[in-house]
Design a protein around this ligand. Structure first.
Ligand code: ZN
Length: 375
């Protein structure tokens, strides 16, 4: 009797340990794989935002933010974090901190515009020095909410939202993420413009405090002018809110899709012997001044070119071209050898990879490269 009990305790303990460790592993894996999006509804609590045409920016921003998040949450590989889910006041620096603490992949702040004129339409901001008076005005307006915070002089290092000179010395920690932020802003604006036929005021730069301290691609989207009555009433309607939310959601999804690199490969054992680059064959079909490479991937993120990130492929190089980083496998002046590289890349899982050619570090067509051979 005693032994029997003892055994079953052991069994229970073992089963318990087994399942908790499996669950832990699963939790770790799923949190690793998820793309983390922070949705920031502007204003809140004792900060109503603008009151154009009598509407409340804080309520519209929150409804849109919750709708965007609700849709994104349906994607298993996306984790949504809200800076606020209710009508509460959150200081600007706290919003950035929430995103940084979550090691988010994206930060999207949602606001509504207002102006004394009949200005209307949508615009999406990335952090930068304003290049027009209008952009500076928007930054001043959105930043002035810090006056509602206690100790704002200390928190923001003497930054005064209404003092133009404050903006000149503003450190732009977002520089590193600028390309990606612009890419996201552009995807969102395209949705508003092409799908909703809204007036497009474009992608702009301004010294917005809420974007200043985030360490990930970050945008602030102004979904329209409450002060322009027809636009204000549209944005305050449930149709308007759900239209705009859909646009922001699609913009985020398109951005995510554009990062077509599979960053979350499980570790791959690298078989040194199988790499052709270690058993060098001699190729005789060399093209002078031409370098052939195999393009395996492109994306707006700079990724370490180690084999771990590239399905075990060694000798990956990275080049920045326009907004994108291009990733190449191999480098040779032999067209026969690059065809072998292409085969290896495809075997490794880069089925859509293809050969590219460079002459004096400039990309030329493979056909032109092959024509350079004199004999
Ligand atoms: Zn606002």
């Amino acid at each position: 009797m005693y032994f029997k009990h003892h055994k079953s305790y052991l069994l229970v303990a073992f089963v318990f340990l087994f399942f908790t460790s499996v669950l832990n592993l699963q939790a770790q894996n799923s949190s690793k794989k998820q793309f983390v999006v922070v949705i920031d509804a502007g204003h809140g609590g004792h900060d109503p935002g603008n009151r154009g045409s009598g509407y409340y920016e804080k309520h519209i921003a929150l409804d849109v933010a919750l709708a965007v998040g609700k849709e994104l949450e349906k994607h298993q590989d996306i984790k949504v974090i809200y800076t606020r889910k209710t009508d509460v006041f959150i200081p600007l620096h706290k919003r950035a901190q929430i995103a940084n603490d979550a090691k988010a992949d994206l930060f999207v702040s949602i606001h509504c515009n207002a102006h004394g004129s009949s200005a209307h339409g949508t615009e999406t901001f990335v952090l930068g020095l304003h290049n027009s008076k209008a952009n500076l005005e928007i930054a001043m307006k959105e930043n002035s909410v810090i006056y509602l915070e206690e100790d704002y002089e200390v928190t923001y290092g003497g930054f005064d939202p209404n003092d133009k000179s404050s903006y000149i010395g503003m450190t732009l920690m977002q520089e590193e993420y600028l390309d990606q932020s612009i890419l996201l802003a552009d995807f969102i604006q395209k949705e508003y413009t092409n799908k909703l036929k809204r007036v497009n005021r474009g992608v702009k730069q301004a010294g917005l405090l809420v974007l200043r301290e985030t360490v990930m691609p970050s945008v602030l989207t102004e979904i329209g002018f409450l002060s322009y009555k027809p636009e204000g009433s549209y944005l305050n309607s449930s149709k308007g809110k759900s239209d705009v939310a859909k646009s922001i959601e699609n913009g985020i999804l398109n951005y995510k899709k554009s990062l077509n690199l599979n960053l979350f490969n499980t570790p791959i054992e690298i078989n040194e012997a199988s790499s052709s680059q270690n058993n060098k064959k001699e190729y005789t079909d060399n093209y002078d001044d031409i370098t052939f490479k195999v393009q395996v991937a492109a994306g707006s993120t700079a990724i370490e070119t180690n084999p771990y990130n590239f399905k075990g492929l060694q000798n990956i190089s990275r080049e920045k071209e326009g907004k994108y980083y291009k990733y190449y496998y191999g480098a040779t002046s032999s067209y026969k050898e690059v065809q072998n590289f292409l085969e290896e890349a495809k075997k490794a899982g880069y089925e859509n990879s293809y050969i590219v050619a460079f002459k004096d570090e400039k990309k030329i067509s493979v056909n032109d490269a092959l024509k350079t051979k004199k004999d």
